[in-house]
Structures are given as structure tokens and as C-alpha cells.
Ligand binder design. Structure first.
Ligand SMILES: [Zn+2]
Length: 208
């Protein structure tokens, strides 16, 4: 599996592209994700199977409608569906004058669900607390997990945004992420990659 991460505008949000040489899956669609990813998909002859949104915050879903317009199915958790379908509900948090078109969620992902992605079985974990519908997508075979904004290298997602709260986020991290094997590589929605073992030992906000 090839995994490529792109830090994109306007606030440095990661779009993460997984591919197996034939098929690809994209996690999150910040601004310019389409113009960044499309040439790769085309030049490498990949089929983009899905755009999976780790959560519905505006900076992760700006380009979603463009992908949907190109018939790429959009997957997300039910609890953030409204923000994806009606992103301007988050207008208070957007840069002035910024407009984001809504997109339909084609497939709802549920906690504990096993999904076939790129020939591997991935597990959906529900990690609310930063946003109600933040999910982590765990690839046991690949030993990695895409976590959205639940946890970052040395930090955690903001729990003070609408629908977030700290006790919930702390519980999510402890029960859904720190229970993964220590050598699991974590791909967060912002900043560099880290690992479960490193964060269990060093994260200043959550102790294992
Ligand atoms: Zn977020």
C-alpha cells in the first residue's frame, strides 16, 4: 500500500491518499484537494473508490462537492452528516467570504463496521469529542489508522467546538485509539504522523 499525505489550504489540513497500484481511497478533501489528487489519479491510472471524510468540519470537506460531481462516492459518519450536507452551518468558523458547497453523504459508516478497502479489511472506530461524528479508520494489516482530528502528534483535537467535549474525547482516545497495537502508525488530520505507542507514552493531554 502506498500512502501519501498532502497538507492543504486554507489552514493546513491533511488529505491522505491510500492506493494499492490500481485502486485508491482519499481521506478528507481540504481546499485544492481535487486539483492536487486528480493528476495523480490520472497519471497513475488509479480508480478512486471513495472519498472518506474523517469528520464534517469545514476544512476537511471543502472540495467534497467537486469529488461528488465526478461520481466519487462520499462516506462519513451519521453524526456529522448535517455539516457535510449543509457546511454553511459552520459559517461562524470560516474565513470571511468563504463559501463551501454541500455534498450528499452516499454511505454512512458505523462504529465497529468492517469495510473492504483496497483489498484489505478496515475497521471503523467512532471517536467523538472533537466533533460528534469523527471516525478513525483502522487498517490492521497495514498497521495504521487515519484518525481525523481526535489526536495529533503531541496534541489532541479541540474539544470546545460545537458538539465537542473533553470527557468524551478523552474516553474516545483511551478506548478507541490507545487500545490499538503500539506500533500502529497514526495519520492525523493536521501535522505529522505519529504512533499509538508514542502518544500513549508522550501525549501531554491523555495518559494511557
Ligand atoms: Zn476538526
Amino acid at each position: 500500500m502506498q500512502i501519501r499525505s498532502f497538507e492543504l489550504p486554507p489552514i493546513g489540513t491533511n488529505a491522505i491518499l491510500f492506493d494499492n497500484g490500481e485502486h485508491a481511497v482519499l481521506f478528507d478533501a481540504p481546499a485544492t484537494a481535487w486539483e492536487k489528487i486528480l493528476p495523480i489519479i490520472e497519471s497513475e491510472n488509479l480508480t478512486l473508490d471513495a472519498l472518506i471524510l474523517t469528520h464534517g468540519h469545514w476544512d476537511h470537506m471543502i472540495d467534497t462537492a467537486t469529488f461528488q460531481g465526478a461520481k466519487i462516492p462520499v462516506w462519513a459518519h451519521e453524526d456529522d452528516r448535517v455539516w457535510i450536507e449543509e457546511p454553511m452551518q459552520q459559517a461562524a468558523f470560516l474565513p470571511p467570504g468563504f463559501e463551501i458547497p454541500g455534498a450528499k453523504v452516499d454511505r454512512i459508516l458505523k462504529a465497529g463496521e468492517k469495510v473492504q478497502l483496497l483489498g484489505q479489511e478496515a475497521e471503523i472506530r467512532h471517536v467523538p469529542g472533537h466533533s460528534p461524528g469523527n471516525i478513525a479508520i483502522y487498517f490492521p494489516e497495514e498497521k495504521c489508522c487515519v484518525v481525523g482530528d481526535a489526536i495529533f502528534a503531541g496534541s489532541v483535537g479541540r474539544p470546545d467546538l460545537p458538539g465537542g467535549d473533553w470527557p468524551t474525547l478523552e474516553r474516545s482516545i483511551k478506548t478507541q485509539l490507545f487500545t490499538l497495537p503500539d506500533d500502529t502508525v497514526i495519520y492525523p488530520g493536521h501535522g505529522p504522523v505519529t504512533s499509538v505507542g508514542y502518544e500513549k507514552k508522550n501525549n501531554p493531554y491523555v495518559t494511557a
